[in-house]
Design a protein around this ligand. Structure first.
Ligand SMILES: *Cc1c(COP(=O)(O)O)cnc(C)c1O
Length: 357
């Protein structure tokens, strides 16, 4: 595993930074990026921070044909004191290696990868926006780069990290969204790649997402791929329901992506002595709870929105409005606590924050 020092080549011209109220997710990138190469005979080598630039690939490059690739998503937050906070970044590195394992990509030294991310963020520190709710999105990813049209694991890869300043997810405060339960398409099945953060899962979700967006829904709620009976997750968020005082989230079953935010929500709920269970939950049960007046809240969790309350659920011909379409008490408390910890204004009882020094 590489222990080489990271070389840094600084950009000679700096790009103009957009105003913080003009930031659109994933559109603007900073002045630098990180690259690390892999060849079968050498392992991972040549870690470098270079000016942000296009990469050139042979048209036969494997990732373009068979999608052997993984990615991560995390954020750097600027505090009022000028510190730069990362939120549980070691969990993202662990997950990157779990995704690698599933996709036959060689594992990466988690500590070294995190060190590379920290150095890159430091080089582009002046790109971290400071307006409330803004942050610097970090996108580490690995692509297979061998030029070869055979279906086999590649013998070459590139690990790269790019950074993108992002605006506040909620412009006017935390706000519930409308979700459509997907009854035709599926995201993942047991034994498939659902628990890996890999491109194909998102490519295959576009059709359903496009269909519901045309009807005014923000995201789809996926059901299990076999029976279309059990709740799995929402778009790129894990999902929680508050039923009769208890918080329920689908158990990890191999087809659900394990969110770092999901894990943090579970820890906070236990810390607050709020009853919580991870188990199978059918969409039928959610609707029955609603009819019995016991569906008190529903919300999604993920790095982008942190917590996203669900105000409306539509399944087949039946639409239900949850908590009068308002943000629930638990969703709000989780949102305030998680963002408070991320921006360094709330106590961090689990030592989740990793500061850049
Ligand atoms: C990334 C992602 C999540 C949320 O994970 P976080 O680590 O909380 O950001 C949930 N579901 C899917 C499908 C994802 O891609």
């Amino acid at each position: 595993m590489t222990q080489e020092a990271i070389s840094i080549t600084k950009a000679t011209t700096k790009k103009e930074k957009p105003a913080s109220d003009q930031l659109v997710f994933g559109r603007t990138f900073t002045d630098h990026m990180f690259i690390l190469d892999y060849e079968e005979e050498k392992g991972w080598f040549d870690p470098r921070i270079v000016p942000y630039q296009p990469i050139s690939l042979d048209p036969a490059t494997m990732v373009l044909h068979y999608g052997q690739t993984v990615f991560e998503g995390m954020k750097a937050y600027l505090t009022d004191q000028g510190d730069v906070n990362l939120f549980r970044p070691e969990k993202n590195m662990e997950r990157l290696n779990r995704s690698n394992e599933r996709m036959c990509i060689p594992s990466i030294d988690e500590e070294f990868a995190l060190e590379a991310i920290k150095q890159l963020v430091k080089v582009d520190k002046d790109w971290i926006p400071s307006a409330p709710g803004t942050s610097l999105y970090i996108r580490p990813f690995i692509i297979s780069t061998q030029p070869y049209l055979g279906v086999a694991p590649s013998k070459r890869y590139k690990f790269m990290v790019i950074l993108s300043p992002v605006g506040a997810y909620y412009k006017e405060g935390i706000n519930p969204i409308k979700i459509a339960v997907e009854n035709e398409f599926v995201r993942a099945v047991k034994g498939g790649t659902g628990e890996a953060k890999t491109a194909g899962n998102y490519a295959s979700s576009l059709k359903a997402q496009k269909t519901v967006a045309e009807k005014g829904y923000a995201q789809v709620l996926w059901l299990d791929g076999l029976e279309k009976k059990y709740v799995e997750e929402v778009g790129s968020m894990n999902v929680f329901f508050k039923i009769d005082g208890e918080i329920v989230t689908p158990e990890l079953n191999g087809s659900i992506l394990e969110g770092v935010t999901r894990n943090s929500v579970l820890q906070l709920l236990k810390y607050w002595n709020i009853p919580v269970s991870q188990r199978k939950i059918s969409i039928e049960e959610v609707y029955q709870a609603y009819k019995a007046g016991k569906l008190e809240e529903a919300f999604g969790s993920g790095t982008a929105a942190v917590i996203s309350p669900i105000g409306q659920l539509a399944w087949k011909d039946e639409t239900v409005t949850i908590n009068n379409g308002k943000t629930g008490e638990i969703a709000k408390r989780l949102y305030d606590t998680l963002t408070g910890i991320q921006y360094g204004v709330k106590e961090d009882p689990f030592n989740w924050i990793s500061k850049l020094d």
